[in-house]
Design a protein around this ligand. Structure first.
Ligand code: ZN
Length: 75
């Protein structure tokens, strides 16, 4: 795995993208596990506030998400 990364000399736009691409498998796995853990605990997946019933966001982030979805649909 490591050897393959060295051989494949890929250029990234910036070091953040490079870090993301080199670590995305681990990052996604971590993200997914905290997501499910928070969901089970009833905590907002975006912050540490208590989530609303049956959804994964607190009231603040639910409003944010609604706004985001509206923009995404308008596009
Ligand atoms: Zn929140």
């Amino acid at each position: 795995m490591l050897r393959r990364l060295f051989r494949r000399k890929k250029e990234y736009k910036n070091r953040f993208l490079k870090f993301y691409h080199l670590n995305k498998k681990r990052l996604n796995k971590e993200r997914r596990s905290t997501y499910t853990a928070k969901m089970k605990l009833g905590v907002c997946v975006r912050c540490k506030r208590k989530a609303l019933k049956n959804i994964v966001f607190c009231s603040y982030h639910r409003a944010k998400q609604k706004e985001y979805n509206k923009k995404a649909r308008a596009r």
